[in-house]
Structure formats: C-alpha cells, structure tokens
Design a protein around this ligand. Structure first.
Ligand SMILES: Cc1cc2nc3c(=O)[nH]c(=O)nc-3n(C[C@H](O)[C@H](O)[C@H](O)COP(=O)(O)OP(=O)(O)OC[C@H]3O[C@@H](n4cnc5c(N)ncnc54)[C@H](O)[C@@H]3O)c2cc1C
Ligand code: FES
Length: 272
C-alpha cells in the first residue's frame, strides 16, 4: 500500500475557463513521480465525496519539494477542489501507476498528442524527454475546442520544442483536430525519418486516443503509448472498477488502469 501524504496547497489558478492548475507541497511525490504517473486526491475536508479523484502529475520540482496537477472542473469533486485555498491540506496517495517509457535510442523523434486537459501529463513528459533526448527531437501537437481552452502552449514553447496547435472552431492555430495534425506531421516526419524511429505519446478523450492509435499503426511508428482516464474507485488495484479490455498472446483479458496503467501501449488496447 502506498503512503498517504498530507500535501499543502501552495496556490491554485485558473489557466483557462474551468481548468485549474494547483501547486502542492509534497516532497516525496515531487521526488519520486515519473511522467505518466498520477496521484489520488481526497478532494473534500470530510469523507463526502468518499472516493478520491485521480489526477496526473503535471510537473514536479524535486528541489523545492513541490509538484502540480492540472484539472478540468467537471463535477462535484473537482468543484470542491477548485474552492480550496492556499494553506489548505489535501490527503494524497501517490505517485501511482505506470509511467511513460521514454525510449532508449537517441535517433528517435518524439511526438506528443494532447487533447484538451490531456496536456496535463504530457507537460511533465515533455520536460523529461527534453532532458533525456534534447528538445529538438520533440514535437507537441495540442488540440482544444477553442482558443481559450488551449492549455500549456506557452509552457511547451518555453521548453523550446516544436509546438503546433489546433482548435475545433479554428479560433487559434490549425482549424481542425489534433489527429489531423498528427496525420500531417507524421507523413512529413516519416519522409525524413523511418517510422521505426518515431515514438508517439498521447492523452485526451478516448475517441481521440483510438484514432491516434490507428494513425500510428497505419504509419508504422515504432511505439504509440496512451494514457487512459477511466473512472476509478480505489485507485490501488483492489476494486476492479477501472478495468480496460486488452489483447495479449493468449487472447483478450482485462487490465486495471490504476496499477497496470494508466499508460499502455496503444496496440495492447481493445478499442471499443
Ligand atoms: C489516471 C487518471 C489521470 C487523470 N488525470 C487527470 C488530469 O490530469 N486532469 C483532469 O482534469 N482530469 C484527470 N483525470 C480525470 C479526473 O479524475 C476526473 O475528471 C475527475 O475524477 C472528475 O471528478 P468530479 O468529482 O469532478 O466529477 P464527477 O462528479 O465524478 O463526474 C463528473 C463528470 O466527469 C466524468 N468523469 C468522472 N471521472 C472521470 C474520469 N476518470 N475521466 C474522465 N471523466 C470522468 C463523469 O463521467 C462525469 O461526466 C484523470 C483520470 C485518471 C483515471
Ligand atoms: S480503481 Fe480499483 S482496481 Fe483500479
């Protein structure tokens, strides 16, 4: 069983309408978290709501002992969380789950595909990829519904990576979907680098991830990893409330997103 940490809120700010970044004091989580892992947060001061809410680690600053999460205010839990103030304390379990695999080859090109708040774990991943392989090898494709819903664009750009933005309504960047950006970018990329040197990482709505997986398969990329956001209950592998159908050597089976994921190889997922 993972430790429960008491994490003080240092600050919360709305970075886009109904999207909040929270900075939390938590030295052990900041030290141990890897890109793709998540924390399970008790969002209220009482046991109501009972279930913790999972959020990807968005950034970690081990030297300062702080880390951040980036969340969309959706329902009761995230509304309660957004109302908490600096100095309030949260009960947090984590870091949990499997991280992204950053690869072993310096020849690889890394493409990150974010849908809306799916940028949350990819920001942390982008930092790690830049440190490991250099920012020149990293491209971020970030899709959102409209200009004001684009998150982390400035942060990605500050890293020095290539960033291409799309919006569904055309109010900023390319008018269309992040998956269209991926198709275009992949064909350009593969004309210069073999598909076997291209690695794709994605987080966002389930339908988007399904399409990302298909595009990557057709383009023959080396590896496509997706971070899934299923509804969770216990968060630690006990309740089976988060299972995802997967395929393996002996046919299909189910895996728990909380402990076997949330990051999966896209080829393993049985997309429905
Ligand atoms: C591993 C993991 C990492 C996640 N990371 C992030 C993150 O970094 N940022 C972020 O904004 N969200 C993230 N989520 C989703 C987040 O946990 C849910 O949005 C949150 O639990 C909703 O809580 P609520 O009480 O506000 O909503 P509820 O009142 O419980 O539900 C409100 C609405 O949100 C939907 N919802 C509930 N749980 C989820 C879920 N797990 N995924 C998608 N929709 C859900 C419900 O279907 C409903 O429509 C993550 C989920 C997982 C499993
Ligand atoms: S949330 Fe309980 S097993 Fe995954």
């Amino acid at each position: 069983m993972k430790d429960i940490h008491v994490c003080r809120i240092i600050g919360q700010s709305e970075v886009a309408p109904r999207i909040v970044r929270a900075l939390l004091k938590g030295p052990k989580i900041a030290r141990e978290a890897q890109p793709g892992q998540f924390v399970n947060v008790q969002v209220g001061k009482t046991t109501d709501p009972l279930l913790r809410r999972p959020f990807s680690v968005h950034a970690a600053y081990p030297d300062e002992g702080v880390y951040s999460i980036l969340y969309a205010v959706r329902g009761r839990g995230t509304t309660l969380l957004s109302e908490m103030r600096p100095g309030d304390e949260l009960s947090v379990i984590g870091p949990l789950g499997t991280p992204f695999d950053l690869g072993e080859s310096s020849d690889s090109r890394h493409i990150l595909v974010a849908g809306g708040c799916g940028a949350a774990p990819l920001h942390f991943l982008c930092d790690a990829l830049c440190r490991k392989w250099g920012c020149d090898n990293v491209t971020v494709l970030a899709g959102a519904q409209s200009k004001d819903a684009v998150v982390c664009e400035a942060e990605f750009r500050a890293n020095g990576v290539n960033v291409i933005v799309s919006t569904d309504d055309g109010s900023h960047g390319f008018h269309g979907l992040a998956t269209q950006l991926l198709e275009t970018h992949l064909s350009k990329c593969i004309s210069q680098t073999p598909g076997s040197h291209v690695r794709v990482y994605s987080c966002g709505p389930h339908m988007m991830l399904k399409q990302v997986a298909q595009i990557c398969r057709e383009a023959g990329v080396a590896r496509c990893q997706v971070s899934l956001e299923t509804v969770m209950a216990c968060g630690v592998g006990v309740c089976l409330g988060c299972v995802q159908k997967v395929r393996g050597d002996s046919g299909t089976s189910y895996k728990r997103v909380c402990v076997d994921g949330p990051v999966f190889d896209a080829e393993e997922i049985v997309w429905d």
